[in-house]
Design a protein around this ligand. Sequence first.
Ligand code: ZN
Length: 468
Amino acid sequence: MCYKASFIKTRCLSSCRNNIDVYEQLAVQRVNRDHLCFIYSDVFLWAFIRFASYSLTYTSMAMYAFHQAAVAGGTTMILDFVIPQNGKSLLEAYDRWRKTADSKVCCDYSLHVAVTWWSDKVKEEMETLTKEKGINSFKMFMAYKDVFMLQDDQLYAAFAQCKEVGAIAQVHAENGDLIAEGAKKMLSMGITGPEGHELCRPEEVEAEATQRAITIAHAVNCPLYVVHVMSKSAAKVVSDARRDGRVVFGEPIAAGLGTDGTHYWNKDWAHAAAFVMGPPLRPDPSTPGYLMDLLANDDLSVTGTDNCTFSVCQKADRMSVIWEKGVHSGKMDENRFVAVTSSRIAKNSDADVVIWDPKMTRKISAKTHHQAVDYNIFEGMECHGVPVITISRGKVVYEDGQLNVSPGHGRFIHRKPFSEFVYKRIKQRDQVSKEPPVPLAHFLPLVSDSAPDGGEDGCVWDCTVQPE
Ligand SMILES: [Zn+2]
């Protein structure tokens, strides 16, 4: 039995949108009980993986729980996503999110806003959000066809507007058209399990989109942040671009650094299903180590958790997983750990401190976590390095396993446009590239009516330029 994409979409938007936890449990139960097959569409992911933090479906309860878990895991500021529906106002989605969040958050937070469609109104709202609402990053999707996906010309327009207003363009880089075709192919082959999720969106689908995003961003000289870099090939694209001087940043996420996609072939259906996220984890087991090497050496820049994971646990375990796989393994030192997990993001947050015990160990388990969920993809991982005390805004909010948080303790952090970290180089490049064009007369001798026979590059000789 299959959920039809439209059915899931409807469920998410109507009956369950006001209680994402219930929705999630229901969905998991239904899928387990009925052994539903996966629908390898973006719509499926959009609904089923729940996009919990996406504006329309994120309840205050879920938000509070998420922040609690984050604080317990040593995270003191959260950057979440507002994802307006296709055709809907960015500003209204933002306002709704703020209204829900401000009185509930127990640590500081800020927001990225997604651009899921394009129009003059969207363009205007991006400017308002940047100038008046503390937003300096916008996320664009190259996947999720017919839902959030932007075409190349729309990406170009959105990136150009980011540049204009001083925001960083973020991109979910996967080729949505190829995924849609891959999904049809999997179903026609009778592949209906979680493994089909990876099979219909293999590495090159991610690498191609990453390269395309970098090319488009470069065309408008806009800084680019590639969220959730999940594969070796996409990471290599980012790394090569940085070495070519592009202002691009790649973000591997805790899931991609801590585990791999071999789990999609696990015989236990529920186990395999728990690992589904977009882009998927990669079956090549050397991927996490490779991504960590690139992160350690600044080919990739910063870590996150993104939205596309099953539970808040995995977000909350971010610090421990990265310490274990990065610092404990000897791939990076403590300073680099702070740089990739904290300092670049939390600079604005005052008096936020995490006291970390590098010798202490703990085993990650859904059962002992601060958030009760069915499954944790890091289940059983032994982690060296444990947060002992978390201080948020000068207050001890977590100490030795005890949470001491209250709703509304956190603040929304306004982020300024034209952040120097990304825009200083961009501005300077604009400055020096403002050279006057070469006068047309200089080209005239190169243009001739009489192209030599057998000339390889016909188009050069075919064109005729008329001086004004
Ligand atoms: Zn994404």
